[in-house]
Design a binder for this molecule. Sequence first.
Ligand SMILES: *[C@@H]1O[C@H](CO)[C@@H](O)[C@H](O)[C@H]1NC(C)=O
Ligand SMILES: *[C@@H]1O[C@H](CO)[C@@H](O)[C@H](O)[C@H]1NC(C)=O
Ligand SMILES: *[C@@H]1O[C@H](CO)[C@@H](O)[C@H](O)[C@H]1NC(C)=O
Ligand SMILES: *[C@@H]1O[C@H](CO)[C@@H](O)[C@H](O)[C@H]1NC(C)=O
Length: 409
Amino acid sequence: MEPETLYRKESDMFSRKGNAARSMLGKRPNETRRVLVTVGVGIMFGFFIGVTFPSLQLTKLNVTSTLLHDFVIIGNRSTGNSTEKIRDSDNKNQVVKDVTKIWVPSNPKGAERLPPGIVAAESDYYLRRLWGTPSEDLTTKPKYLVTFTVGYDQRNNIDAAVKKFSDNFTILLFHYDGRTTEWDEFEWSKQAIHISARKQTKWWYAKRFLHPDIVAPYDYVFIWDEDLGVEHFDAEEYIKLVRKHGLEISQPGLEPSRTTTWQMTKRRNDREVHKETDERPGWCSDPHLPPCAAFVEIMAPVFSRDAWRCVWHMIQNDLVHGWGLDLALRRCVEPAHEKIGVVDAQWIVHQTVPSLGNQGQAEEGKAPWQGVRLRCRREWTMFRNRIENAEKLYYKSMGIDPSNFTGHT
Ligand SMILES: *[C@@H]1O[C@H](CO)[C@@H](O)[C@H](O)[C@H]1NC(C)=O
Ligand SMILES: *[C@@H]1O[C@H](CO)[C@@H](O)[C@H](O)[C@H]1NC(C)=O
Ligand SMILES: *[C@@H]1O[C@H](CO)[C@@H](O)[C@H](O)[C@H]1NC(C)=O
Ligand SMILES: *[C@@H]1O[C@H](CO)[C@@H](O)[C@H](O)[C@H]1NC(C)=O
């Protein structure tokens, strides 16, 4: 490399470092100016050395960066109480001490040492080729994601369900029975994502494989059970209604195959969506709160990207059945009674196949499903306690007495 080119390269590098120093060293204008000046002096000094002593080129980098570093420290010191500032925080210190090292506080936590241009903080479930040009891999980028937690025995039901979802959906199957390749009898299965872990629940998979940063490209995420009858359901039409009515968390109306538990999720014949209901007398402390509003069940929920980012954080790693989660979803959207609702015009039938329930274990003379049911109830209590305690701790830490305002039960 010609000395001339080498020199120019290095001085480029310095001005880039200058930029970095400027953006990192805080926002106050006069401070910035001071830093600029010192950095400028550093660069000029480097230039001077470069011009005067071409033979020093290899060591120049070190010389000038040391100088630069000193100037920056001095620049900051002159703004006031230096001891205090230098002790400030570790991160800031790193910046002060060595501006040649990258440190970007706005990067994701733990990735501060990387130049932001290389940080890929989010991912997707798009399948790529092993050859060709990456930019030409994807012919479509589905905007929605639907997941089913499945056992092979339910394949025909899932096959029917998948057909209600257009090409705009990425299909993701969570297999709780370890059988995955058999699904390739369906053409769509070859394009689907298959995740297999035995005897786990929908919420266990969701917590582990649907991290908000992984599913970030999808506008809506459907996290569905395997025993839903979808004859009267069309996913594209469903999305249209969800958008139209501003639903961040929703589910299709349920046509009860037997008596359902909640009024809220029952399908209404006379409207597109509903967001509130009358429950049995005394069930609702407030008409805007569950189970009268702000509530959908956990069998077929649909989340917007933003709502899911919040809900994912609320899912507990050990409470795998997700009981009680439905009653807490409202914490993730505001105002919940307007953004959570049931889509009546696209409805489903809950067939209540006790599939995963039968994957339990017989214990103490009880049938497997009884043990699972007991665990569900237990988890519900635990979840309720955790969230109540967390809330209490929060208000306590803020010095607020929550005992006399409503809506936080
Ligand atoms: C600088 O800060 C230290 C520690 O806060 C303090 O003890 C000292 O008095 C300050 N000096 C000046 C000049 O403000
Ligand atoms: C320089 O001092 C200011 C306070 O005057 C401080 O906020 C800033 O973090 C310091 N800069 C660095 C790089 O530590
Ligand atoms: C997929 O989404 C696009 C854009 O919203 C829409 O125009 C198209 O009709 C959708 N595909 C199907 C099959 O509905
Ligand atoms: C809560 O109740 C206390 C007394 O019980 C009262 O002093 C306080 O103003 C109340 N706070 C609110 C927000 O109503």
